[in-house]
Design a protein. Structure first.
Length: 69
């Protein structure tokens, strides 16, 4: 079986696990349009590059950066 790290698309649960967030949070990010998905047949999947895009967007938003006090 192929590990999630080698696949081009992930299930919602696998994508959430890869980001280290919960499933509910993942669905909220998708609904808000912050993470893009694709539909394959009747299945919704998250392309791995969309996770990378999301993390890059967090890094480019100064309000998302944690600053050591």
């Amino acid at each position: 079986m192929t590990s999630p790290d080698n696949r081009v698309v992930l299930t919602i649960e696998e994508a959430a696990q890869r980001l280290g967030i919960g499933r509910t949070t993942m669905y909220a990010l998708i609904k808000a349009g912050q993470i893009r998905t694709v539909t394959i047949g009747r299945l919704r999947r998250v392309p791995t590059f969309c996770l990378d895009e999301y993390v890059r967007s967090l890094l480019s938003d100064p309000t998302q950066l944690n600053r050591a006090a």
